[in-house]
Design a protein around this ligand. Structure first.
Ligand SMILES: *[C@@H]1O[C@H](CO)[C@@H](O)[C@H](O)[C@H]1NC(C)=O
Ligand SMILES: *[C@@H]1O[C@H](CO)[C@@H](O)[C@H](O)[C@H]1NC(C)=O
Ligand SMILES: *[C@@H]1O[C@H](CO)[C@@H](O)[C@H](O)[C@H]1NC(C)=O
Length: 448
């Protein structure tokens, strides 16, 4: 029995794909299926930048990195902090004293999301875990004195959500990075001494199923050793079979190489892309990180979030919706309200979203805007506005005598009539239940 087992294992491992460190090989890796099925993730930007909570998570760069500095940040600091106050001093006020990972994970679960992506390290270089390569600039040595990445991992996984980590390749002010930059990226001091050891360690320690790479654009992928890292990730890492990555692995990689494509922040294609993609966007339209002076009219309304999710899924994308927690570890209640509202809508309409595929037609706007998704012979028509009358006209579907139409959440089949012999149908709607989401789903059981 044992010898049979050994032989079988040997055969299996021989047939498993082996990737070489070049884009032709790496780009050919099939994306693990859980990712496309998941459709919705929650993005979390949390770090020392949450402490000033002013402008955005790019605070440090705007204040002291870019030339000339942004006067808005310079003035804010000179008016509110003593002369000589440095950015690293903010870390002491990153207390996370109210951080309850179970409460966060409950909110994420209630949103209907299937994965969560936390900033393990943003461009400021501060790690939300005890990185041995980030001495005194991590959440265990300073600030919260806590393994934020690990504590959230446990709570998220306990609710059967996939856990991913955002990692910035570059660090604005890391001395080794600045040396390499000065050398036109002909040297790799930062990559070999800091970035790679830290990244390998992070993967082995936390087994993230998404690596959301960022901060790649100043240097080519050869500087970052991206293909070598990805070959290891896909061949030998503890997450080789389930991990997905994005496309930010060096200047020119976006929308071209890697796993799924982010292309650019808040990317919104106008037609169906040919490669799996993800739209990342933020409830606070002006920032990814927490802003203390955020105003309600700067937030995405729930109906806009749902419309955006539906459009993204109709175009074959995943939707990664960001919230920025406070330095105390609270998810602002207005963000929580949006997430729970999204989950309430998905509770009823999720069958049109999760595991769906783009349909032959992505949208039409005959009576009201309609977005299509599909599952086998079932087509979902999601209305993102309330029709002015009690009927809705759909021109794209080709119905037959035995086609059945339902309002999702309502078991009674709806009456409908053909528009013309070539296709299209007019559906008689029941009273549409009120929903702050302003979106209703028709299920069309077509036989074609
Ligand atoms: C989550 O934690 C509870 C309580 O400790 C445990 O009973 C349950 O099995 C865990 N579920 C998962 C999916 O890890
Ligand atoms: C980085 O890439 C070079 C080749 O480009 C390779 O020789 C080296 O071993 C790589 N180092 C790591 C740590 O991946
Ligand atoms: C649908 O059509 C209406 C009326 O022409 C227009 O105002 C609206 O912007 C359109 N919506 C979409 C999503 O194309």
């Amino acid at each position: 029995m044992l010898t049979v087992f050994v032989v079988v294992v040997a055969l299996v491992s021989q047939t498993a794909a082996h990737y070489t460190p070049d884009w032709t090989s790496l780009d050919a890796r099939p994306l693990p299926s859980w990712y496309d099925e998941a459709k919705l993730g929650i993005f979390i930007h949390w770090g020392v930048f949450s402490v000033p909570g002013f402008g955005s998570e790019w605070f440090w760069w705007h204040w002291q990195g870019q030339q000339p500095p942004d006067q808005k940040y310079v003035n804010y600091m000179s008016q509110n902090y003593p002369p000589g106050f440095t950015y690293p001093e903010f870390a002491r006020q990153f207390h996370a004293q109210f951080f309850n990972p179970d409460e966060w994970a409950d909110i994420f679960k209630a949103s209907g999301a299937k994965y969560v992506v936390l900033t393990a390290k943003h461009h400021e270089g501060f790690t939300n875990w005890e990185s041995p390569n980030s001495w005194n600039w991590n959440s265990v040595d300073t600030g919260p004195h806590r393994d934020l990445v690990g504590d959230l991992a446990e709570a998220v996984r306990n609710r059967s959500l996939h856990y991913g980590l955002y990692n910035s390749l570059y660090e604005w002010f890391h001395p080794l990075y600045l040396i390499d930059k000065k050398n036109g990226f002909k040297t790799q001091e930062f990559v070999l001494q800091k970035l790679l050891p830290e990244l390998y360690n992070m993967v082995v320690r936390y087994r993230p199923e998404v690596i959301w790479s960022d901060g790649d654009w100043e240097a080519p992928d050869t500087y970052w050793n991206s293909t070598e890292f990805l070959a290891w990730l896909y061949n030998d890492s503890p997450v080789k079979d389930t991990v997905v990555t994005n496309d930010r692995w060096g200047a020119g990689c976006a929308c071209k190489h890697g796993g799924y494509y982010n292309c650019e922040d808040k990317y919104t294609p106008g037609q169906l892309p040919t490669h799996k993609w993800e739209k990342c966007t933020s409830v606070d339209t002006l920032s990814w990180g927490y802003r203390r002076n955020m105003k309600m009219n700067e937030l995405l309304p729930l109906a806009a979030i749902i419309e955006d999710l539906v459009r993204t899924v109709a175009f074959g994308g995943n939707y990664l919706l960001n919230v920025g927690p406070t330095p105390d570890g609270m998810i602002p209640p207005l963000f929580e309200e949006r997430l729970r509202g999204l989950g309430d809508w998905l509770e009823v309409n999720g069958q049109a979203i999760y595991s769906s595929k783009p349909w032959r037609v992505q949208s039409e706007n005959t009576t009201v805007p309609v977005w299509y998704t599909s599952k086998g012979l079932t087509v979902y028509a999601i209305l993102t506005a309330k029709p002015p009358m009690s009927t809705v006209k759909l021109l794209a579907p080709k119905a037959s005598a035995i086609t059945q139409v339902f309002l999702v959440g309502n078991p009674t089949p709806l009456s409908w009539a053909p528009v013309n012999p070539g296709g299209g149908l007019v559906v008689l709607l029941p009273e549409l239940p009120y929903t702050p989401a302003q979106a209703w789903t028709l299920e069309l059981d077509l036989v074609q």
